[in-house]
Design a protein around this ligand. Structure first.
Ligand code: ATR
Length: 287
C-alpha cells in the first residue's frame, strides 16, 4: 500500500464485517473534495479475529485514521491506547486516529445523531420524553449524547431486560434514565421521540409495538437507513406519526465529525446528504 500512495495523500479506511455496502468511502471522498484534499478511503472487510492485525497493518502502511463499524466497535475500543470521555461512556469507538505509534479512540455516533435531529430536522431535544428501543451497541453509542442534549427522560426497553438495566445504570442518573420490560410497552404512555436502535430489521424481523407510544407531535427515528428502516417507520406512519426519519442523516453527521477529528476541518454535509437521500428515494420508487 505505502509504495502506491503518494506521501502527502492521507489514508483512511472503514473496518467492518461485512463492509462492502458501506457509504463511508463515498461520504469521506465527498468531504475531501469539498475541502480540496486528496485522500484514500478504503472499505476493509475483516473478521473479528483479524481486527487487531488488520489495524496494525493499516497503520504500518501509513493509515492515519479509521472508522470502525459493526461488529468491531467494542473490540476496537479495547485496542486503543487512549479514549475520549464519550467513548469511555459508550464502551465503544467508531473513530480511530493514529497518534505516534498508537490509536486514539473516539465515538461520533451520538454527536452525529444529535446534530442530525437538532440542526437538519430542527427538533429541539430539550425536555423530550424519549423511548429507546434496544440496548446493544447502537443504543449504547447514542444514549449518552441524547442525555447530554437535555432530553427529559430516557426509557430504555430491550428484548433482554438485563441489557436495558445495564445501559440505564451506566448513564448514572436513575431519575432520568430507566429500563422497562418489552411486555409493558402498552402501559408506558406517549413519547415525544421514539428511537429504534434494535437490529431486528437487519435480520428481516419486525417489532410488535403499540401505537399508544406515539405522542401528538412525536418524531420517530430508526438508526438504520434504507430498506432496513422501513418496517419501523411504516409502523410509525400507520400510528399517525408525521415526523419520521431513518439513520442516513446520522450516518453523514457522524462521518463529518470523524473527518473534523482527523483533519481539523468540519465539512458541510448538505450536498452529500441530499445526493444519498435522492438516490435512496429513487431506489425505493423503482421497486
Ligand atoms: P447493534 O450494534 O446493532 O446494536 P447488537 O449489539 O447485537 O447490535 O444489539 C442488537 C439489539 O437489537 C439488541 O438490543 C437486541 O436485543 P437483545 O439484547 O435482546 O438481543 C435487539 N434486537 C435484535 N433483534 C430483535 C428483535 N427481533 N426484537 C427485538 N429486539 C431485537
Amino acid at each position: 500500500m505505502s509504495d502506491t500512495v503518494a506521501e502527502n495523500v492521507r489514508q483512511f479506511a472503514v473496518f467492518g464485517h461485512p463492509v462492502a455496502h458501506s457509504l463511508s468511502p463515498r461520504i469521506h471522498q465527498a468531504f475531501a473534495r469539498q475541502q480540496g484534499m486528496t485522500i484514500t478511503y478504503r472499505a476493509i472487510d475483516v473478521a473479528p479475529a483479524d481486527l487487531a492485525a488488520a489495524l496494525a497493518q493499516f497503520a504500518a502502511s501509513g493509515g492515519m485514521g479509521a472508522n470502525i463499524t459493526l461488529p468491531h466497535k467494542e473490540a476496537a475500543f479495547a485496542l486503543c491506547a487512549a479514549r475520549s470521555d464519550r467513548a469511555a461512556r459508550c464502551g465503544s469507538v467508531n473513530t480511530l486516529t493514529r497518534v505516534g505509534d498508537r490509536w486514539h479512540g473516539d465515538i461520533t455516533d451520538g454527536a452525529g445523531l444529535v446534530r442530525d435531529l437538532t440542526e437538519r430536522q430542527q427538533f429541539d431535544l430539550r425536555g423530550r420524553r424519549t423511548l429507546l428501543l434496544g440496548a446493544g451497541g447502537a443504543a449504547r453509542g447514542v444514549a449518552p449524547a441524547l442525555f447530554d442534549a437535555g432530553i427529559a427522560e430516557l426509557v430504555i426497553v430491550n428484548r433482554s431486560p438485563e441489557r436495558a438495566d445495564a445501559l440505564a445504570d451506566a448513564l448514572g442518573d436513575p431519575r432520568r434514565a430507566h429500563s422497562r420490560y418489552w411486555n409493558d410497552l402498552g402501559t408506558l404512555g406517549e413519547f415525544d421521540l421514539l428511537i429504534n436502535a434494535t437490529s431486528a430489521g437487519r435480520a428481516g424481523g419486525t417489532l410488535e409495538l403499540p401505537f399508544s407510544l406515539i405522542g401528538p407531535r412525536a418524531l420517530a427515528v430508526d438508526l438504520n437507513y434504507g430498506e432496513i428502516a422501513v418496517p419501523f417507520l411504516a409502523w410509525a406512519e400507520s400510528g399517525g406519526c408525521n415526523k419520521r426519519s431513518d439513520g442516513l442523516g446520522m450516518l453523514v453527521e457522524q462521518a463529518a465529525e470523524s473527518f473534523a477529528i482527523w483533519t481539523g476541518k468540519r465539512p458541510s454535509t448538505e450536498a452529500i446528504f441530499d445526493e444519498l437521500s435522492q438516490q435512496a428515494r429513487a431506489l425505493h420508487t423503482a421497486d
